[in-house]
Write a protein that binds this ligand. Structure first.
Ligand code: ZN
Ligand code: ZN
Length: 184
């Protein structure tokens, strides 16, 4: 089971639509998706960097992983509105740790209004789905893919995210299938 964890004030429709897409896709591997109770932003206040006004992404993963363990999930994906960063990077759309089987995706820079555009629920869901599929791919052992249409292509900016499809390319999908078969 892939457990999706809403963090803080994320819009419900983003969570349910993302869960629906991921659930439909991963059902072909016999895996289902569940949505857990939300956890508050305050869980991650120690990840806040006041100088950058951002949250350190990696701090989210151990806590998400223990939630996943409690609920016997194969993988856990947090969805947050907080702006995430990693050392050496201005920002990250998301982050995954295959060893912890945990990932997190930030909506902050997926929102059209972040780029001065009109809010657009459909576009926000599309982008969130892509980042969720991408980070889950990492959780299940996929690396970045040179194919710009493949969801495992690295997004340097929102343009890259909008360019790629929400699906794994054939090569990534067969690797994913192999990796999921090998999972206990
Ligand atoms: Zn990546
Ligand atoms: Zn690929």
């Amino acid at each position: 089971m892939i457990l999706i964890v809403p963090i803080g004030g994320v819009e419900r429709y983003v969570v349910t639509e993302t869960a629906r897409f991921v659930g439909e896709y991963y059902s072909s591997f016999g895996m289902r998706v569940g949505i857990s109770q939300g956890i508050p932003d305050t869980t991650f206040f120690d990840a806040y960097n006041p100088r950058r006004r951002q949250f350190l992404g990696r701090s989210f993963l151990p806590r998400l992983a223990s939630l996943g363990e409690e609920q016997r999930a194969d993988a856990v994906l947090g969805i947050t509105s907080l702006d995430l960063y990693e050392e050496g990077l201005n920002f990250i759309f998301g982050l995954a740790h295959p060893g912890l089987r945990a990932a997190v995706v930030s909506l902050h820079r997926l929102r059209p209004e972040f780029y001065g555009e009109t809010p657009n629920e459909t576009l926000l869901v599309e982008r969130t789905v892509k980042e969720a599929m991408h980070e889950l791919g990492h959780v299940f052992g996929l690396a970045h893919c040179p194919n710009v249409r493949c969801v495992m292509h690295f997004s340097n900016s929102i343009i890259d995210t909008d360019m790629k499809s929400p699906y794994y390319c054939d090569a990534c999908r067969s690797k994913l299938e192999k990796n999921l078969e090998g999972m206990e």
